[in-house]
Design a protein around this ligand. Sequence first.
Ligand code: AOS
Ligand code: ZN
Ligand code: ZN
Length: 391
Amino acid sequence: MPDIAAVKAALAGQRIETPSWGYGNSGTRFKVFAQAGVPRTPFEKLDDAAQVHAFTGVAPKVSLHIPWDRVEGSDGYAALAAYAKERGLELGAINSNTFQDDDYKLGSVCHPDAKVRRKAVDHLLECVDIMDATGSTDLKLWFADGTNYPGQDDVVGRQDRLAEALAEVYARLGDEQRLLLEYKFFEPAFYTTDVPDWGTSYAHCLKLGPKAQVVVDTGHHAPGTNIEFIVAFLLREGKLGGFDFNSRFYADDDLMVGSADPFQLFRIMHEVAKNGGLDATMNVAFMLDQCHNIEAKIPAVIRSVMNVQEATAKALLVDLDALRDAQRAGDVLAANAVLMDAYNTDVRPLLRELRQEQGLAPDPVAAYRDSGRQERIAAERVGGEQAGWGA
Ligand code: AOS
Ligand code: ZN
Ligand code: ZN
């Protein structure tokens, strides 16, 4: 059986990165429901992220999105990083945006016009400059590029343009920096997408070199896709850069991770835990990529962090010796039972105990609610910002 002290140590050591855009107003293309007290600046987003970290103890990193988190001035980003540090945070992945300008109607780095491609690559290079200033090590790239109609553009030509752009950005990376290439099977493009799946991302990353890795956004797969297989494969190849965690019922729903299918999240975390993905040396980034459109944002992020912790705890409770014995013996039912026993364990008491040992409240959502902070920021912050989604 797994050693509980080791399980607790692994849980205490896990780092879950929260997205700046999860704290701002967001919505669908039908409506953005504004909430009282949302941040007005990137600095206030960090204040909110600091709350999530204060109540969970495992969320010190915050992903930024450029230009949604743009700060002015030559030392603006260094100041943002310093502000984060003062609050016990650090700045995580820098997310680029090559999808919200009119110029990008036909794509960005894959666009048929070299001028548009130049503009897109310049933005990606600017993101690396920002990483230099913030100390961020991860550049997270998601491209909305693709086509809507058969014949609209040359599929192979677009791959060539993508490869060229990625190579230029890769060459700009510092020794400690890496490029994380995200895939998504459709939307906004509806016929072809230029990075539609893990295989395409993997092939580009392989060609680029060791500083390029794949990001698995859990919401970016066709229904029925076995995401944990992809995770296991990428870990084996040393190409799993990280996750964009969220939940989906239909497509890219961006709901709270672990809410739609906690069993899938457990299966993913089982592959992660079993294959060394929780070791700091593997450098797997456990990022959230979510939008809280109708629920209160800070408690929703706290809940999401807890959901990842619960799935991780269950994964760590898998009796790997018993599992291997059953697998070697070809005992299908026993092997499956080992996994199900772990999944069906109520890990909430263990996590409550761990938090108390760390001087935290056992129930972070309740503790945040009781802090009264939500009422305070609702009164203090007037005219909060839209995150950028659903604009
Ligand atoms: C878009 O669908 C992707 O999930 C992106 O990872 C992400 O939501 C965006 O880049 C936010 O910065
Ligand atoms: Zn994502
Ligand atoms: Zn997405």
